[in-house]
Design a protein. Structure first.
Length: 189
């Protein structure tokens, strides 16, 4: 393998240190421990104009998002569960992948994508996770075997990045490992 895999982490909410952002940061830290190069775009960085395919003009933040997605060997997504699905912030950010439709490797073709869903209750975590995985398929990517559902009613994240639930922490580590390993395998082809 000639270079480290590059893993892009996207998610969170407009609220700093939300559960979805903290879970994403735990996965990012594990990817870095495994030797991956990483970048993260969270909350306010993902507040972009509504995606409009007929308008080719893009704000700098949208251009950065698409450039990082093009460069990514793997992606980790973390969304809050809002009313049983992903947030509008996450959906709009993922809509910008359409700018990659005519790339030599279109969309997220062949890349591993790990999905994290955080919600205040189990019902929204499951449907949000299923939506993230469905979108991953639509973008021609490979959802990791493990997706992580975090019930923020019982699981808390501390300012130091730790998690109150050892099982959630372990699952976030496994998810990051799966994305990095798949990216490494893809780079070795």
């Amino acid at each position: 393998m000639s270079r480290k895999p590059f893993i892009l982490c996207l998610g969170g909410t407009t609220r700093a240190n939300s559960s979805s952002e903290m879970a994403l940061r735990m996965a990012l830290a594990e990817a870095e421990k495994l030797g991956a190069e990483t970048a993260i775009m969270t909350g306010p960085e993902l507040v972009l104009p509504l995606y409009a395919p007929e308008n080719a003009e893009r704000e700098p933040a949208a251009l950065r998002l698409v450039e990082l997605l093009r460069r990514a060997d793997g992606v980790i997504l973390s969304s809050p569960g809002y009313h049983g699905s992903i947030s509008g912030l996450m959906k709009n950010a993922l809509d910008y992948v359409e700018d990659m439709a005519r790339d030599p490797v279109p969309y997220l073709d062949g890349r591993a994508v790990g999905s994290i869903a955080c919600a205040y209750g189990w019902q929204a975590t499951g449907s949000t996770l299923a939506t993230l995985r469905s979108i991953t398929h639509a973008l021609r990517a490979w959802p990791t075997p493990l997706g992580v559902a975090v019930n923020s009613m019982g699981t808390k994240f501390a300012a130091d990045g730790s998690c109150s639930d050892p099982a959630v922490a372990a699952n976030l580590s496994i998810l990051a490992r799966q994305v990095v390993w798949f990216a490494q395998a893809r780079l070795s082809l």
